[in-house]
Design a protein around this ligand. Structure first.
Ligand code: WT7
Length: 630
């Protein structure tokens, strides 16, 4: 492929990059995987430790409820920690952390193992057992990593709720998962202010009734409410004799659940995507190894939040499975100044930076001089995820941050896929704005309404044709939704919800969501969540939310509201409603603007036609409106 003439604007990898990378010949690997994808995935699984080897790589006897590595026994935490503690990596740094306020902490693999065991013992003393769900609601601090690993070590299922979500989002996720234990921080630093996580959690807990114990991790130190008998300080419990640094690891079946993670879908409430110990481990380990080309001496930084799948796979599990040194930063990229990120890259000698287009566009606005003040020569690879990266941002990232020597890994994937699905590797020629081709062993296509491949460069639905190890196993408590949402439009094929094109070289170009999911700054939100927050306000009768293009955020939320009879349309009310959404769902969901209207475009069956609202807002033709009621 490297010697082939590709169409369009192409960035070929340098000899230096190719020589360094694990996969020098992508086509060879891809062909091998294509010939026999089961052996390919068996080889990948063989790179990890199993207490008992699997009987079958894949069991497809009950599609689409695929099973992987059935009969295999493992625990992802064994491969993240215990295995390294037995080697020279015992003393290697697993985690380097910097708080927004300048605090720092480091953990060797030995220390992370010790702290995980202690935390696990605390959870056990609270009665947490294999299969129990534990909700975690914290900022970006090492304790969130430790809490997740502690749950997994004892076979409990973690459900992390992003710290940027608020009262109602947290409450419905706790309730739906039936968590008995909540792990929460007192607060988190964000842009110099404290996000009062415990206070938000207190309010959320008033709306749901499943939680018996709340474990509180001290971070920000302000006065908080501690409810007697329910709330306990983590720093007090880990000093008790029960919290020893030895904690037996639960041997798990490959298909035992590891975590659930809520994500927004087309309709209604967020759904809990379930991932397992075996297949998820294999997919995440090999994808990170090959795509970010992990080497022993690397310092790797994924700047996402552990509360989203990017953080689960590529801050917590992937880096530890690969025995690498990971850097984590608590706060905002431009605090106190727009050079914060570049300063830390220089200070810690970061080699790999993985972030989102919105962050790049945001930092781009401050100009190159902030970047150029720092020596970024340690950087070797860059990455992007979450939404399409516009070529302008890609080129800025490539030139200003990567100094034209760092390939950009534009990785397309989803909460549901668990791992990178469309992605380059360092030795693959790049085109700005394209994630290139599917990861070896994975077959994808762009199809029309009837499921037929579209012609090169034509837009269509993005689909996945082969199962993969870290695929979504089910929607927790709602397996029918797995079938309905992903596997029913075309038989035997996974529907991603994205539209895309494929060019004449087989490179994929993602266009965007084709459902009611809105990507705001790369965060996934559903129109339904925003609308139900609006309708929960006592002045609102009906609401509709849409996403409109935004220079930095990619998309911004606009809402249309019909007020209840007799309520006056005032600017103060607009502000109050925006605040209300922020309080209920989270600051990321706060509408950019709200417009009061008297009617909403609906189909005869009463469904809001958001497409019509969007066309109107953009001054475009709304297209086929034959189903419009009036
Ligand atoms: C949706 C999934 C998985 C990481 C974070 C997002 C969009 C993700 C890209 C990319 C264009 C992308 C898609 C996808 N998306 N990565 N590189 N280029 N679009 O996970 O929250 O489950 O969202 O994010 O629309 O369907 P998520």
């Amino acid at each position: 492929m490297n010697n082939k003439n590709l169409t369009g604007e192409v960035y070929y990898p340098s000899e230096e990059v190719i020589n360094k990378s694990h996969i020098k010949d992508w086509d060879e690997l891809n062909n091998r995987a294509k010939k026999d994808y089961q052996s390919f995935w068996a080889e990948r699984a063989d790179e990890l430790h199993w207490f008992k080897k699997w009987d079958k790589v894949i069991d497809d006897s009950n599609k689409p409820f695929y099973k992987w590595y059935t009969g295999g026994k493992t625990n992802i935490v064994y491969n993240c920690l215990d295995i390294h503690v037995k080697t020279f990596r015992r003393n290697k740094l697993a985690l380097i952390w910097e708080g927004e306020n300048g605090d720092t902490k480091t953990f060797s693999y030995y220390a992370l193992h010790r702290e995980t065991c202690k935390f696990a013992n605390v959870l056990k003393s609270m009665g947490v057992q294999k299969g129990d769900r534990v909700t975690i609601y914290m900022g970006r601090t090492p304790e969130i990593v430790i809490a997740m690993l502690a749950c997994a070590r004892i076979g409990a299922i973690h459900s992390v709720v992003y710290g940027g979500f608020s009262v109602e989002s947290l409450s419905e996720r706790i309730e739906d998962s039936n968590s008995k234990v909540l792990i929460v921080a007192d607060g988190a630093y964000q842009r110099g202010k404290i996000v009062p996580l415990k206070q938000i959690a207190d309010e959320a807990l008033q709306r749901c009734g499943t939680v018996e114990h709340v474990l509180v991790v001290k971070r920000t130190g302000q006065e908080i409410n501690m409810e007697f008998g329910r709330d306990m300080w983590y720093h007090e419990l880990i000093n008790l004799p029960i919290a020893t640094q030895h904690c037996a690891l639960e041997i798990m079946d490959a298909e035992d659940p590891l975590f659930i993670l809520y994500t927004s879908g087309t309709t209604g409430k967020p759904k809990a995507i379930l991932h397992t110990h075996g297949g998820y481990m294999v997919g995440v380990h090999s994808s990170l190894k090959y795509v970010f080309d992990i080497h022993e001496e690397d310092r790797y930084w994924c700047a996402a939040d552990p509360g989203w799948i990017t953080g689960h796979s590529y801050i917590v599990y992937g880096p530890l499975l690969n025995g690498t040194t990971s850097f984590m930063y608590e706060g905002a990229p431009n605090f106190p100044y727009p050079n914060r990120w570049w300063q830390m890259i220089e200070k810690y000698g970061i080699n790999i930076l993985y972030t989102a287009p919105t962050a790049i566009r945001g930092l781009m606005r401050f100009g190159e001089s902030w970047v150029n003040r720092h020596d970024l020569s340690s950087l070797r690879l860059l990455g992007s995820v979450g939404e399409p990266i516009n070529p302008e941002a890609w080129k800025w990232y490539y030139r200003v941050v990567g100094k034209e020597k760092c390939p950009i890994m534009d990785t397309w994937w989803q909460t549901e896929t668990g791992m990178f699905m469309i992605t380059p590797m360092p030795s693959v020629p790049l085109k700005p704005g394209s994630g290139t081709r599917p990861f070896p062993g994975i077959e994808m296509d762009v199809v029309d309404e009837n499921g037929n491949s579209v012609k090169p460069n034509e837009e269509g639905f993005l689909i996945i044709k082969t199962p993969w190890p870290s695929m979504i196993r089910t929607v927790y408590k709602d397996p029918e939704r797995l079938v309905q949402q992903y596997w029913s439009k075309y038989p035997g094929v996974y529907l991603t919800g994205d539209s895309a094109r494929k060019d004449e070289d087989g490179y994929f170009w993602i266009i965007g969501r084709v459902d009611d999911v809105i990507k705001v700054s790369g965060y996934r939100l559903g129109t339904a969540e925003i609308e139900s927050a609006l309708v929960s306000h006592n002045t609102v009768a009906e609401a509709a939310a849409i996403g409109l293009p935004h220079e930095v955020k990619g998309n911004a939320i606009y809402a249309y509201v019909i007020l209840r009879a007799g309520i006056e349309k005032t600017p103060t009310l607009i502000e109050e409603l925006r605040q209300h959404v922020s309080h209920e769902v989270g600051p990321i969901a706060k509408p950019e603007n709200i417009e009061f209207v008297d009617t909403l475009p609906k189909t005869r069956s009463g469904k809001i036609m958001r497409r019509v609202l969007k066309a109107r807002a953009l001054g475009q033709d709304p297209g086929n409106i034959s189903t419009l009621e009036e």
